[in-house]
Structures are given as C-alpha cells and as structure tokens.
Design a protein around this ligand. Structure first.
Ligand code: BGC
Length: 395
C-alpha cells in the first residue's frame, strides 16, 4: 500500500467491478488483441506484424498476462504461466549449469545464458540475439504472484514450483551481474530498471516459496539500486548517468523504492521533462531505435505511476495520449514519433527491419492496466466523497 493509500495493482476482483460501458471500445479491443495474440500453446507473441517480434518475450508476455488478470481473463493468464513453466522446464539444465558455474567463479559467456525470448512452442531459439537479460525472469515471477492473487489462489500450483524456485535461484545468483537491459542493449552495465524487475521477482518468489533467503537477496538488490543515485536521480545504469523511462517501474509495480523517495520523484520528473514527445514518453534521450518515438508502454507506465501518487488528472492525460494512437483498425503499435522523431534513424531502421510494429501486444496490455487503475481510483475517490458527504450530513 502506498503512503497515499492507493495500491493500483492488487485488489482482487477489481476488474470485475469495472463499468466497461463507461469506456471507449478500446478497452475491449485491447483485451481482445492480447487474446488474439496468444497462441494455442499459451505463449503471447510480442507482435504478429513485425518479423523480428514473432517470439514470446518473458518481459512483454508477463506484463500482458498481468493485464489479462486485471481484466478478469484469468484462464488465459494461467495458460501463459503454464507455458512459461514448460519453457523454463525445457532449459532447466542450462539454468542449473550457469548457476553452478557462477558459484564456482567461472567466467560466463553471455551467449549461453537463459534466453529473454522463446519460440511460441516454448523452445529456446539459438541465434545471435542479446539474450542475457535477467529482468524478464523477475517480471515473470512478479506477474505470476499477481495472477495467483487476482485469481484467488493461495498457492503456486505444485507442478510450477520447480520453475519458480529455479527462476528465483537464477535471479538471486545473477542479480547484480551486468547484462542486457530491458531494451536489449548495453550488455556490460548493471541497469537500474533491471534491478527493480529482479527485486519484484525475488520478493514475490520469497512470498510464494516462503523462502527468507530470497528476501535477503532482494535486500542486496535494493542496496545496489540505491547506489544508482547520481546527481539526485536514479541513473539509467552503472555506465550511464542519464535517466531511462523504464525506471518508472521502480515503484509501480515493483516497489523497489518507497513512494516518498526523493531521488525517485526527481527521476520521474526528469523523465517527464526530458523524454516527453508531444505528450508521450520516449525510452531515453539518446535512443535511435526507429528514430526514438514515444511509446504507449511507457506513457501508460507514467500514467500508472501517476495513479499511485494520486495524480489522476495526469494519469488520464497519459490514457488519452495512448487512446489517441489506436489506428482505424483498432491496432496499437510500438512507438509514435511524427515530425518529432529523428528522421534519419527512423529511415535507417525501416530499411533494416521494415516499419515499426503496428500491433504490439504489451502496448495494449499497459493501456488495459492503466485504464483499469484509473477507473478504480475514480471509483474509490467517488466512494470516499460519498462517505464523507454522508458523515458531513450527520454532523
Ligand atoms: C524492446 C524490448 C521488447 C521487444 C519485443 C524491443 O524492441 O526493446 O523491450 O521486449 O522489443 O517487444
């Protein structure tokens, strides 16, 4: 619970109370889009219209499963988690092996590390992708914890326990090791938002497995995260003192910092100031990927955080920005830059990989998450107002 008494993420069954009629059809379209992008295996494809994204990333998929739970689609979310359980089961030897090597002090080759993304059938893909990204394993554990809470399950299904324990052990072992960041870049640094995802995963796993050692590992991560403060803000990474919009997740949803943390408030303010593109939020100042447009995922993340701080007006502005970017077919893409993006780099990436993804699953997911959080906050505010009207009348 935040100091404002608003926790946008954990109230059970909240989505079922949502008066969907009050919202634009984009809510249902978004839920449908996530379901449409879930394959029979349970995997959630990052984007069906962009060849490079025909895989299921633990990061995108786990935020998408969370959105499904928020929307009351628990069965679909359970199928995703079952798929992750199998995918992790399929690489159990790799995970155990790298943990043992690390504990023996061996130098590890990043190309043999557990993958960030899997083929939709759950097999790992051997290619030159920068796979060593630990954040997705943390986000998965966090998302699984949310799934169990939202679907009123007290315990991890027995058949998933070994994957949960293995992912947690992997995170505990590599928590502060340099790896690629949430944008799959900068493999030689320790990234602040990655630390937050790992923290969220470890604290969830500690609870699910009732394992206090994992909480100790989470504390180490938190200490390391606090060391990331430079010039009054949380630096993007151990190698970059600028901010990164994925640091918005430090409090919402991973609770790796306190909401009153001054450096974190400054970080959010700096993100809003420096990374704003026509009301949307870019990834980081020197980004060049498709000319660095603003991302629905990040704009919705800013709104989600604004709900946590009680700034519903800001949250609604973020919601409106994302809502305005659905196209005529109801599709929501990865990023939007217009005239404001860097045209040269945009062209360069279009030549390399074609147009940016127009149908990006976790864009819908974060929109759903924000929309439901705003709706809940408004309902809560109006019921608080009604209660005080009543008590005011009695006095
Ligand atoms: C983003 C990742 C994302 C992947 C698939 C990449 O461009 O940087 O964060 O997981 O696309 O959507």
């Amino acid at each position: 619970m935040s100091s404002q008494g608003i926790d946008p993420i954990t109230s059970v069954g909240a989505a079922k109370r949502l008066d969907r009629a009050r919202f634009d059809s984009s809510l249902q379209e978004s839920i449908d889009a996530i379901l449409r992008n879930q394959s029979a295996s349970g995997a959630i494809v990052a984007s069906p219209d962009f060849a490079q994204y025909h895989f299921c990333w633990l990061r995108d998929g786990s935020f998408s499963a969370f959105a499904l739970d928020r929307a009351g689609e628990h069965e679909a979310s359970a199928r995703y988690h079952a798929w992750v359980n199998d995918a992790i089961g399929g690489i159990s030897g790799i995970i155990d092996d790298v943990i043992e090597k690390m504990l023996r002090g061996e130098v590890l080759d990043p190309t043999i590390m557990p993958p960030a993304r899997f083929a939709l059938d759950g097999t790992s893909v051997i290619d030159d992708w920068p796979n060593f990204q630990i954040d997705g394993y943390g986000t998965w554990l966090w998302s699984l914890g949310q799934h169990l809470t939202e679907s009123n399950q007290a315990n991890v299904p027995r058949e998933w326990l070994s994957s949960v324990a293995r992912a947690a052990r992997y995170l505990a072992t590599f928590a502060t090791t340099p790896c690629f960041d949430v944008w799959e870049e900068n493999g030689s640094a320790v990234h602040t938002s990655t630390l937050a995802c790992v923290f969220g995963g470890l604290t969830t796993a500690a609870r699910l497995l009732d394992d206090p050692d994992l909480l100790e590992s989470a504390k180490i991560v938190k200490t390391r995260l606090h060391q990331a403060v430079m010039n009054g803000v949380y630096a993007k990474s151990s190698e970059n003192s600028d901010v990164d919009a994925s640091e918005l997740w430090l409090f919402t949803p991973f609770h790796a910092v306190d909401i009153g943390d001054r450096a974190f408030s400054e970080t959010v303010a700096t993100i809003e100031d420096r990374l704003n593109l026509y009301g949307g939020i870019r990834r980081y100042a020197t980004d060049v990927y498709f000319g660095s447009g603003a991302w629905p995922v990040l704009t919705a993340s800013l709104g989600w955080h604004a709900v946590a701080t009680g700034d519903i007006e800001k949250a609604k502005r973020c919601l409106a920005w994302v809502a305005a970017h659905f196209d005529h077919d109801g599709l929501l893409g990865e990023q939007y830059g217009g005239e404001g993006r860097d045209a040269l780099h945009y062209d360069e990436w279009v030549q390399r990989w074609g147009n940016p993804a127009k149908d990006l699953t976790w864009s819908y997911a974060m929109y759903v998450v924000l929309l439901i959080a705003v709706d809940e906050a408004e309902n809560r505010d109006s019921s608080i107002a009604t209660a005080s009207d009543v008590s005011g009348g009695k006095r």
